[in-house]
Design a protein around this ligand. Structure first.
Ligand code: HEM
Length: 440
């Protein structure tokens, strides 16, 4: 067992913490690749305001990490960075029994059968939004994609038949977009910056968060008093109880709703933004995809294209960190508190032994054999595995089909955009600038 004095964790860069934070923030792909080239499939990064982070990219290590007992690894604690948005009581930030209870309240709403019922809604919102996008000029797709995915998630949460009315829903959507602007700033992951030059950004966030909360609590109260029930997540939360039988508090409802709002729209919008970047820069793939969409019968190539987008540009470069609570042995190393472990999705997806020529964007690699367990992890895994993946797949397919039915996508720059952090995910740094060109 490797556990020598002075060598308690897998080796990693010896740079000062602030510099490591900076490199991970500014050049995440390069910093992860260089670290794995130098130190292998397990290395330790040390960032500011964080315990040591051990990055794992050996499928066996990642599998064992996902399978660890709930009391040994705490992903709720490891995800604390999003607490200012989702709130301390969010089920995402809980561990063990409380986390499981929270997931049980959410999961039925995202079951594949129920998600199929949202198809019409997704098509309607996508068609309306896409029709309003400019043609023949370069523009950044990410902002309208965020508005689109946010509207979809809000409508699925509140249900089709109940309140709020559209005016209220759009007011909430616009305040949420303003509030979440903070996630693009380094002030978000680094609390130290909130007191210096970043103070104004943080104060603006706190102000917009208060406005969002006012709107959300009004909707929660309104629905709690209403007689009619719809199939939305909000009604299910209002009917839910704590383990002791007491109803869950309005604060808890707010925090759970905000968790789904955050996790459910930023991710899908970012993945769509990458999909359009990759397609614009790979005209052969684009042409083949348009051919399949025009034929209208199959979606084999569309599915493979989305799987390849999720492999090539996973928006989560790594899983939510798992805080070690009790010593655990993985791959010959013993990890102890306060270390945090994370599965490095980006490195797994770019391992040439798992994916030959990993930097190539080639949907064909998934045509014959679909993605394999523990090497393709865009949804993470274990007890944190993304519960929204069916809704996300429906949105990805619908938006790509809707757009490509009438336009083709041209690149606005010479290269695919670099990544840029937004909270815990990465998006194209210039917002995925493209030109939508009318098809004949
Ligand atoms: C392309 C879009 C999406 C991607 C790539 C994605 C990916 C992920 C990943 C990697 C995790 C963390 C898993 C882990 O650490 O093991 C996660 C968690 C989560 N996702 Fe998604 N997601 C997407 C869309 C959605 C949607 C549409 C929803 C809901 C409407 C959603 C809701 C959630 C929630 C609630 C969690 C936290 C689960 C928990 O704490 O147990 N996601 N997602």
């Amino acid at each position: 067992m490797r556990q020598a004095v002075g060598e308690e964790l897998p080796p990693g860069p010896q740079l000062p913490r602030a510099l490591q934070s900076c490199l991970l923030w500014r050049w995440p792909f390069e910093y992860l690749e260089q670290s794995s080239d130098r130190y292998g499939s397990r290395f330790t990064l040390r960032a500011t305001s964080r315990p040591p982070l051990v990055f794992l990219s050996d499928p066996a290590d990642v599998k064992a990490m996902f399978a660890a007992p709930a009391e040994v690894l705490h992903p709720g604690e490891g995800g604390a960075i999003i607490a200012p948005i989702v709130g301390e009581r969010s089920f995402m930030l809980r561990d063990e029994e409380e986390h499981l209870e929270g997931r049980k309240r959410m999961l039925p709403g995202f079951h594949s059968k129920l998600v199929r019922r949202h198809r019409e809604l997704v098509v309607k919102v996508a068609q309306r939004e896409v029709a309003s996008w400019p043609r023949e000029v370069s523009f950044a797709l990410h902002p309208p994609l965020r508005a689109l995915t946010l509207e979809i998630v809000l409508r699925t949460i509140f249900g089709a038949s109940g309140r709020p009315d559209d005016r209220c829903l759009y007011a909430l959507r616009d305040r949420l977009l303003a509030m979440l602007a903070v996630t693009g700033s380094a002030v978000f992951p680094e609390p130290l910056l909130r007191h210096g030059p970043g103070r104004r950004i943080w104060e603006r966030f706190l102000r917009t968060r208060a406005e969002v909360d006012r709107l959300l609590y009004a909707i929660i109260e309104d629905r709690a008093c209403a007689n009619g029930r719809s199939e939305g997540l909000l009604d299910r939360l209002l009917e839910a109880c704590n383990a002791d039988g007491s109803p869950i508090s309005a604060r808890q409802v707010r925090d759970d709703l905000m968790s789904v709002i955050l996790a459910g729209h930023e991710t899908t919008a970012a993945e769509l933004a990458w999909a359009f970047q990759l397609l614009a820069h790979h005209p052969t793939v684009l042409e083949k995809l348009i051919g399949e969409i025009d034929e209208g019968a199959e979606e084999e190539y569309l599915t493979a294209t989305i799987q390849e987008v999720l492999r090539h540009r996973p928006v989560f470069l790594f899983t939510i960190p798992r805080a070690v609570k009790q010593p655990i042995v993985l791959g010959g190393w013993t990890y102890r508190p306060p270390t945090q472990l994370l599965g490095c999705i980006y490195l797994l997806h770019h391992d040439p032994l798992l994916y030959p020529e990993p930097q190539e964007f080639r949907p064909e690699r998934f045509l014959e054999t679909g993605p394999a367990a523990y090497t393709w992890l865009p949804w993470g895994g274990g007890r944190k595995r993304c519960p929204g993946l069916h809704l996300a797949m429906l949105e990805l397919k619908t938006v790509l089909r809707t757009v490509l039915a009438s336009v083709t996508v041209l690149p606005a720059g010479r290269r695919i955009e670099h990544p840029r952090w937004r909270s815990v995910i990465v998006t194209p740094h210039a917002g995925s600038r493209v030109v939508l060109h009318r098809r004949r």
